[in-house]
Ligand binder design. Structure first.
Ligand SMILES: Cc1cc2nc3c(=O)[nH]c(=O)nc-3n(C[C@H](O)[C@H](O)[C@H](O)COP(=O)(O)OP(=O)(O)OC[C@H]3O[C@@H](n4cnc5c(N)ncnc54)[C@H](O)[C@@H]3O)c2cc1C
Length: 901
């Protein structure tokens, strides 16, 4: 039961008697987020770029949406850059990089815009470099020079008159740069290697603006590391690609019904194993589609082979299976690609994949398990699930091993199959569900392959989910070499910057200066969870761990290398003390011990279960922004190991999340949450009087967690905020976080939580720049209030709040619901004046109605479980507090929220 849970939270923070606590409530919040300097960089860079070049696109430009959103394949990749620069010459990129360096600005680079992970090729609040103007192509006798603004169709088109082809993308509009820099699966890999193996030379602008050419003889290390090293080493302004005399290709399109799928997957394994001495170049796109509504599955093969062969001989295993459709054709690479477009902005798409040695029985069982699992998400709107197999034949790896250059993958000459879920859906509200579904399923099925000894760690960046780590699958030797190459480039470590590292001004000479692999991995959300054993404060976890039920050796003990103790009483989740805390000291003594900060927290199985739930699920539900998700996943728990009130806060949040997911166990989990949170409050109360730059970020985190907990607590009908002040207390706490920010500004700005502040700051600047209330519904509200309120000071207080509401509505309209961040929604709460807050406390009808309008904005956050139902809960409470006249004023938000009394 709740037992005054949130009230205690607030009073513990508010009544601690410290300097900081007294500023938490009732003080004027004089230093809002705008005092931060974290994104001055982007503003500085945009203004310098505008002075240096024409055509800089900003959010008000007519073609902003075309660049910031429409140019991306996946809807999820649409972000809101502060400005967009479309350079057309390498020198312009050079100059831009120097500007970014001077301004300390963050930026992203886009080629063909196909990478579907948000943040990999676009940026919120930073500068976007879009390379579409690099569209020159020059055909040589045995090579082609290609600008990074081109697609593979452009390449095949340019080569067709010469009867030649290059090794690139299999579909029409995939970009040349992204695919070439990450590897490149083409139909003809088995004979000619991957796209990266066919790049003869790269023109590159390094992070410090220096231009170099990387090939076998010039910057050979850079040449090697660009073969799969992605965007870690510079911006490529020209690719010179090897071409082959392939005037004609033989293509086959075959579609099979469900009964043909086992044979289809067997044929995929057979073609993967094919390793002839004089291979014929041939490969395919092999996909299984499943319609969860009609329950119909089918498989399709798009096969291409070099030369003329009718039907194409390399697909004989497929041609032997009865097919619904079978079309064979002799064509050119260009003609074939022209029919395979991949339209932009169709879906939200989650890729996930793993790699295995070819084994048809296993592949078929994976397909079946996938199909069964799709039925669990059949209700997702716009669901488009496909099961894709990509073949990595031995011959493809052999090219890299024998061409005298190699590539960063370091694959052995062995056949592999990459089995992939490609899941499309329509609504942002399902993002987390799809990710969790895909991730859990793929990990579960891969675990079986690991046991069978047929799994490989290799992950292809182009088909990876954002939670997967491609670098971890490269050979360790190669990753080490990548790091060394980085180190030899007089690399300047700068954790704040995004995709490509800039150098120091002095660093403008011949030595290349490029970015850390790890840093980019972090920016893509690929940073592994911190290892338990590597954290001194956490060493206790292993030794204190309780045995689970498994005998003769429990899994936890085996994992942490400790003795099993089967005498430990089994845990039950019935009450907080008897269940979630079995084996811990009594409440008070434990609180005393923990508040001293002297020891690491003891963890029983129940705490481990909560921490596990937080790390695998809850941490992804606090923000939709990939960078912030990484902060919540990795940085926040590491604070927890040093500051136990953060640790307990995390457990409380995870418990509430479980209460939400498992209604049958709601009371137990809410009890557990209350227990952990109360414990944390005792500890934080002891810390607040000594708040300083060191512990400030932890206190800030805890107050943020407490705010989320305030929203997440199960809401009861009789628990109406206007009658019991709970929400007003929450609001005070929320605004109090700004005071914490103010007092420990420096450590927040540059410490581990810096990404949070950078993003918040960008959002805040964008909000500031928006125009005030011009929407009709707000004009009407303003008129009603002007007619009713005589006191000019009160009137100004209300109209200011309405003007700020106008900025928040404008943000939502401009950014779009699916792109709204938590900061966009809560900023109004930080900006309203203390006088307005006071009016709310007085419950004046005008203030309540204005707050009712704000509920429509709050609704935008209801993709998050912890906000679900919050806006209705509030509007209902406001409605019943108002008289009949003012209830009429509330009609617009009620209609928007779809709530009726
Ligand atoms: C529908 C579809 C089909 C696909 N088919 C294939 C396929 O057949 N074979 C295959 O191998 N992969 C395939 N992929 C994966 C694809 O290769 C990657 O998404 C690839 O990144 C796309 O390249 P792009 O230029 O369009 O990427 P972008 O999204 O523009 O860029 C990808 C990454 O490269 C960086 N980058 C772009 N240009 C440069 C540059 N000039 N210098 C430095 N960094 C740069 C970006 O910053 C970004 O991180 C497919 C993807 C999709 C969505």
């Amino acid at each position: 039961m709740m037992k005054g849970f949130i009230s205690l939270s607030i009073s513990a923070l508010v009544l601690s008697g410290s300097g900081i606590a007294t500023t938490l409530v009732g003080s004027t919040v004089t230093t809002p987020l705008s005092s931060f300097e974290l994104t001055k960089g982007a503003a500085c860079a945009c203004s310098k770029l505008s002075r240096a070049f024409s055509g800089i696109i900003n959010p008000k430009s007519a073609n902003y949406t075309a660049q910031a959103a429409d140019a991306y394949w996946d809807v999820r990749a649409d972000l809101s850059p502060a400005c967009i620069f479309l350079p057309s010459m390498a020198d312009e990129i050079s100059k831009a990089l120097q500007i970014f360096q001077t301004c300390d600005a963050q930026f992203a680079v886009r080629g063909g815009g196909h990478m579907n992970y948000p943040g990999s090729n676009n940026i919120d609040g930073g500068v976007l470099l879009a390379l579409e103007k690099f569209n020159k192509v020059k055909v040589n006798a045995e090579s082609i020079e290609v600008g990074p603004g081109l697609t593979w169709y452009n390449v095949y088109e340019a080569l067709e008159p010469y009867g030649r082809a290059a090794i690139g993308g299999r579909l029409k509009t995939i970009g040349v740069p992204g695919l070439s820099l990450i590897g490149g699966f083409h139909y003809f890999n088995n004979k000619y290697g991957y796209a990266m193996d066919n790049v003869l030379s790269y023109d590159v602008v390094l992070g410090n603006g220096t231009r170099v050419v990387a090939n076998k003889t010039s910057h050979p290390d850079l040449f090697w590391t660009l073969k799969g090293g992605a965007n870690n080493y510079g911006i490529v302004t020209k690719f010179t690609l090897k071409t082959y005399a392939i005037p004609k290709v033989s293509a086959t399109i075959q579609v099979f019904n469900e009964s043909g799928i086992p044979g289809f997957l067997t044929a995929v394994c057979n073609i993967a194993r094919l390793d002839e001495k004089d291979p014929i170049a041939a490969g395919m796109v092999a996909t299984v589609q499943y319609n969860a509504t009609t329950k119909v599955a089918s498989a399709s093969l798009l096969g291409v082979q070099e030369g003329v062969s009718q039907p194409p001989s390399q697909f004989a295993n497929f041609s032997a299976i009865p097919a619904m459709t079978r079309i064979n054709n002799v064509t050119t690479m260009r003609q074939w690609a022209s029919s395979l477009d991949t339209p932009k902005q169709m879906f939200r798409v989650m890729f996930s994949h793993k790699t295995m040695k070819p084994d048809q029985d296993v592949l078929i069982s994976i397909y079946k398990a996938w199909k069964d699992a799709v039925d669990q998400i059949a209700d997702v709107e716009g669901l488009y699930p496909t099961f894709v197999t990509n073949v990595a034949p031995a011959g493809a790896a052999r090219v890299g091993l024998t061409n005298g250059v190699g590539n960063v993958w370091g694959l052995e000459a062995q056949p592999y199959i990459l089995w992939q879920f490609s899941t499309g859906w329509a609504l942002a509200q399902d993002d987390l569900r799809i990710e969790a579904w895909s991730r859990q399923l793929i990990e579960r099925l891969n675990a079986i392959n690991i046991e069978k000894g047929i799994a490989s760690d290799f992950i292809y960046m182009g088909d990876a989910g954002e939670w997967q780590d491609p670098f971890a699958g490269f050979s360790a030797k190669n990753v080490e070499r990548m790091r060394e190459i980085k180190a030899s480039g007089q690399h300047t470590e700068d954790k704040r910057n995004g995709l490509i590292q800039h150098g120091t001004p002095a660093n403008t000479h011949q030595v290349p200066n490029w970015v850390s692999v790890v840093q980019v991995a972090e920016s893509k959300g690929w940073h592994p969870l911190p290892s338990f054993t590597s954290h001194p404060a956490n060493a206790a976890i292993g030794t204190n761990e309780k045995c689970d039920e498994a005998k003769p050796k429990c899994q936890n003990c085996v994992r942490h290398g400790v003795e099993c103790n089967f005498n430990t009483p089994p845990t039950t989740a019935s009450t907080p003390t008897a269940g979630l805390h079995t084996g811990l000291s009594p409440f008070v003594s434990e609180a005393t011990r923990l508040s001293s900060g002297a020891a690491a927290p003891s963890m029983g199985m129940a705490e481990m279960a909560l921490l596990h739930h937080y790390s695998t699920s809850t941490c992804f539900t606090i923000s939709r922004h990939p960078v912030l998700q990484t902060v919540w996943q990795t940085t926040v728990p590491s604070f927890g190991f040093s500051y136990q009130f953060v640790f307990r806060g995390i457990l409380a949040l995870a418990a509430l999340h479980l209460a939400h997911l498992k209604p049958d166990l709601q009371d137990q989990y809410v009890d557990a949450a209350e227990y952990h949170h109360n414990l944390a409050l005792q500890m934080v109360s002891a810390t607040i009087p000594q708040i300083n730059e060191e512990n400030g970020p932890a206190v800030y985190l805890f107050s943020t967690i407490t705010c989320i907990i305030g929203c997440a607590l199960p809401r009861k009908r009789d628990d109406l905020w206007v009658s019991n002040d709970r929400i007003l207390q929450w609001l005070s706490l929320f605004r109090g976080t700004v005071s914490i920010i103010t007092s420990v500004h420096e450590s927040l700005k540059s410490g581990p939580l810096a990404p949070m502040f950078t993003l918040g700051r960008r959002r805040s600047l964008a909000w500031e720049a928006r125009s005030t209330a011009s929407q009709t519904f707000l004009i009407n509200l303003r008129r009603l209030i002007e007619e009713a309120v005589e006191d000019p000071i009160d009137l100004k207080c209300y109209t200011d709040a309405i003007d700020d509401l106008g900025k928040s509505f404008a943000t939502i309209f401009e950014v779009g619901s699916q792109n709204c961040e938590t900061a966009d929604i809560f900023i109004w709460l930080l900006r309203i004046t203390d006088q307005f807050l006071n009016q709310l406390q007085q419950r004046t009808p005008e203030a309540l109605v204005i707050f009712g309008y704000y509920c429509v904005i709050l609704k935008e956050l209801e993709w998050a479980w912890w906000m679900q139902g919050f806006s209705i809960h509030m509007i209902r409470a406001i409605y019943y507090h108002l008289d009949e006249e003012h209830r009429c004023w509330l009609q617009w938000p009620m209609q928007q929220l779809g709530w009726v009394p």
